[in-house]
Design a protein around this ligand. Structure first.
Ligand SMILES: Nc1nc2c(c(=O)[nH]1)N[C@H]1C(S)=C(S)[C@@H](COP(=O)(O)OP(=O)(O)OC[C@H]3O[C@@H](n4cnc5c(=O)[nH]c(N)nc54)[C@H](O)[C@@H]3O)O[C@H]1N2
Ligand SMILES: Nc1nc2c(c(=O)[nH]1)N[C@H]1C(S)=C(S)[C@@H](COP(=O)(O)OP(=O)(O)OC[C@H]3O[C@@H](n4cnc5c(=O)[nH]c(N)nc54)[C@H](O)[C@@H]3O)O[C@H]1N2
Ligand code: SF4
Ligand SMILES: [Mo]
Length: 745
């Protein structure tokens, strides 16, 4: 197959002054956080150069990373604050003073009239650790509101909840990616890695070259599934039944690891009993996966000396995502494939700082260091670092969709940083209406996203290559992104925005603008928490090849020994090496044992019926990122993936009477979307797939169901019921056309 990951070739952009000859940094997009170098080109601008020594991607980048400098150009980005004029109702350029004054005034007014909880804050998993930390602190200290959450709730919250429940700790991968080629068998559930993290495909290729086997579970035969020894194509929303059916066969075939279950787990009897109700024939009926394939999966998984299960958004973005991931973890535990070298369960987190962004307090129920807002000891510790009374900290707030749904109700004013929910939230037309019904909306972004277009004030902020900060990749590896170029005049960093607002609210001194200073405070706030960063410093992150440090990494006191037994230098600090591999000796639960959770299959929130007979699932394509706010502004990416489409099986297309490229209307109980048909036999014939990267007529989230997982509050992006119709003659013209020409700044 042709590789989707290519070594970096130069892409230039017209940008301001370059700080150093080659600056080692990381890609602005996904959770792999590929290492890259940025260097000046004669005539202005920067280009991406290979950073071969960085271990995760070894120089390889996908097209998004390679073309990322295009976004630094002032042609496509925001370079001055915009304020909505009372007279014209339109956004117009303004000064920073006026923009910040206006936001602070509205926040103060809202708080005075309706109470602190009428102020909402919405963050993003792309924000650096420093920003996520400062945003959570801003909500709790400067505003005193409980109403903060972030888009990570849409991303990996179900896997996080299941990991907490089973292992007592959530870190996406409990081992480095480099372990994958050395295991014996990988079951990859609902991940299209070849398109969503192309340089990581190498690890699966090496696994197979080493004689290991790869099983991919996806309703579509994706580029990733094409690499597999075995591809299971379940009906969307049935992974829970599938995992339970496999566990049934493991038990029936006597392939459990009794010694492991006895020594390292609790709760097996209940989990076993729950799984035994899922007979292979029943599971075949629910999932559509034939019994022989179930048996073959068990054989490959259990025959291997070591094995892994990796999940991504396919099984997680369901209203039963937590239980579904729990069922896959149960399979690992029952077979002794957890807490041992080269074996285990892992979640492939998605956003650039998807991991770190969920550790330091922008989540509704959380304080820094992965602490709980409901835990009195955690409140006392963090309140001390923040210099406030623990009693002044609010309690947990609403989850992301619930918060968006409350806008215009009891939440009157919203500050949004690092998300574009008009495109990416479920039931997006409703969310858009809620955003419009706010008294006041402030958005900080690098571009005029569809959500920023609705704002009363838009703040133009610095981005990736223009600022320093840490991110934590999907392996739990804390990395330093370094500033490579100076930002254009007129933009400020998110940290400066938070400082400016806090100062106007009387808390300026608590919000430093230097990322390093914020990180030093984060270290102290996280000390002793599950995600302990206290032993990590910017200096350490610059060492070696900048390969980073895996958390937990506590700071070690004088005279203590580090885990490898090195003596702490007299009078100095011990150096904790970081923790690339978790759970090898014990799980992070109180008794050190992993917990089986008894789970049973249940239907999706909305199953097909006579009126809406087809299943819709949604996801991604290689060349676009998320809501597309960034990548739709990069010409090369737009040429590669110019617009939305509806992927469908030839039988479905024939029944509908549409040919390849013809506009189709997809209708759900929430709304309607129109996009050209892409006819392919690589998808199940009862299912259509739409990527969610576009706004307007082709917006997939006009259709999706906002049903939430009861534990994680993750929406059901991966399954709902739709009906298909040939589009009306004038419809779909826009959908088929190139959607977003670069915006002139
Ligand atoms: N190119 C690109 N890369 C990205 C991103 C992007 O937007 N574009 N976003 C980043 C982020 S934030 C994330 S979260 C990751 C996501 O990375 P992935 O999880 O790999 O991405 P998705 O395309 O959302 O979903 C993966 C697969 O799940 C399948 N699927 C759909 N329904 C089901 C189901 O019910 N069960 C199972 N087993 N599979 C199902 C889809 O067919 C799809 O191929 O990607 C990251 N990388
Ligand atoms: N139907 C469907 N919907 C989905 C999904 C799906 O699979 N199907 N996946 C869900 C998932 S996994 C995710 S992660 C969400 C993501 O969806 P969104 O939350 O909308 O994510 P992005 O498009 O990355 O939005 C980030 C915004 O912040 C801006 N930005 C980037 N960096 C910075 C920064 O440093 N500071 C500030 N202030 N702004 C910045 C970008 O320009 C962009 O406008 O979508 C979810 N929606
Ligand atoms: S795989 Fe992810 S981190 Fe790597 S270059 Fe592509 S988008 Fe960037
Ligand atoms: Mo995500």
């Amino acid at each position: 197959m042709h590789s989707t990951a290519t070594p970096a070739t130069p892409v230039t952009s017209a940008t301001p002054a370059v700080v150093a000859a080659v600056t080692e940094t990381h890609c602005p997009y996904c959770a792999l956080q590929c290492g890259m170098g940025l260097t000046a080109v004669t005539g202005g601008g920067v280009e991406v150069v290979e950073r071969a020594a960085f271990p995760v991607n070894k120089g390889a980048l996908c097209g998004k990373g390679r073309t990322a400098p295009a976004l630094l150009s002032s042609r496509v980005r925001l370079t001055e604050p915009l304020v909505r004029s009372h007279a014209t109702g339109k956004l117009a350029p303004s000064t920073w003073e006026e923009a910040l004054d206006r936001i602070a005034r509205e926040l103060s007014r809202t708080r005075a009239e309706h109470g602190a909880d009428a102020c909402g804050v919405f963050g993003g998993g792309g924000l650096t650790n420093e920003k996520a930390y400062a945003l959570g602190k801003f909500a709790r200290v400067a505003l005193g509101t409980s109403q903060i959450d972030y888009n990570g709730r849409f991303c990996m919250s179900s896997a996080a909840a299941a990991g907490q429940r089973a292992f007592g700790l959530d870190r996406g991968l409990p081992f480095p990616l480099a372990d994958i080629p050395r295991t014996g068998c990988v079951i990859l559930v609902g991940s299209n890695l070849a398109e969503t993290m192309p340089p990581a495909l190498r690890y699966l290729t090496e696994l197979r070259e080493n004689g290991g086997t790869l099983i991919v579970v996806d309703p579509r035969r994706t580029r990733t599934a094409e690499q597999a020894d075995l591809h299971l194509a379940p009906r969307p929303g049935t992974d829970l039944a599938l995992a339970l059916g496999l566990l049934h066969l493991v038990v029936a075939g006597g392939r459990t690891d009794e010694a492991f279950i006895e020594e390292r787990t609790t709760g097996w009897e209940e989990a076993r009993a729950a799984a035994m109700a899922h007979w292979p024939e029943l599971v075949e009926r629910i999932t559509g996966v034939p019994v022989p394939q179930l048996r073959e999966t068990v054989r490959m998984f259990c025959d291997a000396e070591a094995a892994m299960v990796l999940t991504a958004r396919g099984p997680e973005q369901q209203s039963k995502g937590t239980d579904t991931v729990g069922a896959w973890i149960n399979l690992c535990l029952a077979t002794g494939r957890a807490g041992r070298p080269l074996s285990g369960y892992g979640c492939l987190t998605g956003q650039g700082n998807g991991q770190g962004g969920r550790e330091h307090g922008q989540k509704a129920d959380q304080l820094p260091g992965y602490r709980k807002l409901t835990d009195p000891a955690a409140r006392a510790h963090v309140a001390e670092v923040w210099g406030v009374d623990p009693a002044s900290l609010p309690g947990p707030g609403r989850s992301a969709y619930e918060l968006l749904d409350a806008l215009g109700g009891d939440v009157k004013t919203l500050l949004l940083m690092g998300s574009n929910p008009v495109v990416s939230a479920p039931r997006a037309a409703h969310v858009e209406r809620r955003l419009r019904s706010l008294d006041f909306l402030a958005v900080a972004d690098v571009v005029l996203s569809e959500t920023a277009e609705l704002a009363d004030v838009v703040l133009p902020v610095t981005q990736w290559a223009e600022e320093t900060g840490t991110v934590t990749n999907l392996e739990g590896r804390v990395l330093l992104r370094r500033r490579a170029v100076s930002a254009p005049d007129g933009v400020r960093s998110d940290l400066e925005v938070l400082h400016g607002l806090a100062a106007r609210l009387g808390h300026g001194a608590k919000f430093p603008t230097d990322p390093r200073e914020v990180f030093e405070e984060l270290r102290r706030a996280s000390a002793g928490g599950a995600a302990d960063y206290s032993g990590i410093s910017y200096e350490r992150l610059r060492e070696g090849e900048g390969e980073g440090v895996f958390w937990p990494c506590p700071r070690q006191g004088v005279g203590s020994e580090d885990p490898e037994g090195r003596e702490t230098p007299e009078g100095g600090e011990g150096v904790h090496p970081g923790t690339p591999r978790l759970f090898l000796d014990r799980f992070a639960t109180e008794d050190g044992r992993a917990r089986f959770v008894p789970v049973v299959h249940r239907a999706a929130a909305e199953e097909p019926d006579a009126e809406y007979p087809v299943l819709l699932t949604t996801g991604r394509v290689l060349a676009q990122y998320q809501s597309g706010a960034q990548t739709r502004r990069v010409e090369e990416l737009n040429t590669a993936a110019p617009g939305p489409f509806v992927e469908m099986h030839p039988r479905l297309a024939a029944r509908l009477g549409v040919a390849e490229g013809e506009a189709v209307a997809v209708v759900s109980r929430r709304g309607r979307a129109v996009a050209p048909a892409r006819v392919t036999s690589s998808i199940r014939s009862d299912t259509v797939f739409m990527p969610f990267h576009w706004a307007g007529e082709g917006r997939a989230n006009s259709l999706t169901h906002p049903a939430l997982d009861p534990v994680s509050r993750m929406p059901e992006f991966k399954v709902c019921a739709v009906r298909l119709e040939p589009a009306a003659p004038r419809e779909g013209v826009r959908a088929a056309a190139r959607p977003d020409p670069p915006v002139e700044g």
